[in-house]
Write a protein that binds this ligand. Sequence first.
Ligand code: CLF
Ligand code: SF4
Length: 497
Amino acid sequence: MELPVISNAAIPNSGCRSGATADRGALAHLPDHIRVRVQDHPCYSEEAHHYFARMHVAVAPACNIQCNYCNRKYDCSNESRPGVVSELLTPEQAVKKTLAVAAAIPQMTVLGIAGPGDPLANPERTFATFRMLSAQAPDIRLCVSTNGLSLPDAVEELARHNIDHVTITINCVDPEIGARIYPWIFWNKRRIRGVEGARILIEQQQKGLEMLAARGMLVKVNSVMIPGVNDEHLQDVSKIVKAKGAFLHNVMPLIAQASHGTYYGLTGQREPTQFELQALQDVCAGDMAMMRHCRQCRADAVGLLGEDRGEEFTLDKIDAMEIDYGAAMAERARVREAITAELEMKRALKAVPKFEEAATREETTTRNLRVAVATKGGGLVNEHFGHAREFLIYEAGPGECRFLGHRKCTPYCMGDESCGDGETVLGQIIAALEGVEVVLASKIGFEPWNGLESAGIRPNGEHAMEPIEEAIRMVYDEMAAAGKLDTVVVDTVARAA
Ligand code: CLF
Ligand code: SF4
């Protein structure tokens, strides 16, 4: 089969647009010329992740370091949840898969290489894939995630292939801490252990970061939060990487279960709680923009963040597909144009100052409210409570609504009529929703409704198919008007004085 070239011409997403209507959320501090380069990337923009999808191709099996949270028979823990990569691909197979996914999922805008090992420890395979894709699919953004050890040597070639988005996993800037995370690195054909290995890794990461920033490439830093090892240190990491030119920091929770066979998993290193993670993200947010919607994807993930459609695109299934690339590319252009127009409209609406609301709310501040939302994407309340595999958590206050993160769960309904094993699953969901007062879903069954109410959580199915933030705002305003959100004593006299 001759593979097509995906044209850039009909796709408005790739064009430049005014920063005046750009994503003003977590990226608000960015200069406009950077914001327009990240606002349609599902990982770099929280808003975009409701609409645009990414895919990873697993072409990079080897790694040049060892992390204590990784067992390489599984996906790279930096960028993946544990689980074996279904298929390791050759560069040619990766291109074929990418084009098939691009045809089937028009909103797929980003192709990343994130494992299962380190992409830059497999430079031939990684760059062969990028080379072919930049020629055959110029509308797809190319993205790479690395531990940074080989980064300085790869910067030239990354730039040559127009790879504009690079993630470096930086867990520390102190070699003593590094020695507790990395038992060894492989450097100049030798295995180097302990503090010395960590020192070299840190130097290479920092050098690579500076080189990328000097070229104007967009660097995101991922850090794995490891309680008792680097949790208190990550605020310093945030400060330093920001000073060196990274613009987004993604602090992710350690995944360390004994069944994964990692050093940390086997030695009982604990994972952070959701509250600890959020507290650290809040502390680091004082220094730079934080990513809070990371799903720690598999190295062969396909689809919107939080969903995994990889099973639909195995090589044998792709071989059996009859794809009309011409029609698919026209549909791709149409869908992406519609999404882009919708996002532009929402951004424009958000940018309109709300003078009246601000004036009245200043008089009567109410407490904040945490809301969990079941969604399938599109920025809408459009998922049945019983089908939700995760809930997005927002905190609404009198003046703003901010995204805090997501909480994963087992779906209450397991896909059959019997709706799960009831109480056990619901109990787990309620535990995952700790701190949440309202759940918004397109529909909520009788049993879980009662269970949520008994746990002090208000179920709400009245906002099906409504935009998430508008629905939350309505719920907040209704509860405030009904006096259900305690009014905080607002010291208007002191304020006036
Ligand atoms: Fe992939 Fe990573 Fe690029 Fe995104 S994932 S290489 S930047 S396209 Fe995204 Fe997944 Fe988190 Fe990574 S949600 S694990 S941050
Ligand atoms: Fe595993 Fe990634 Fe660490 Fe390599 S860099 S050991 S693949 S987590």
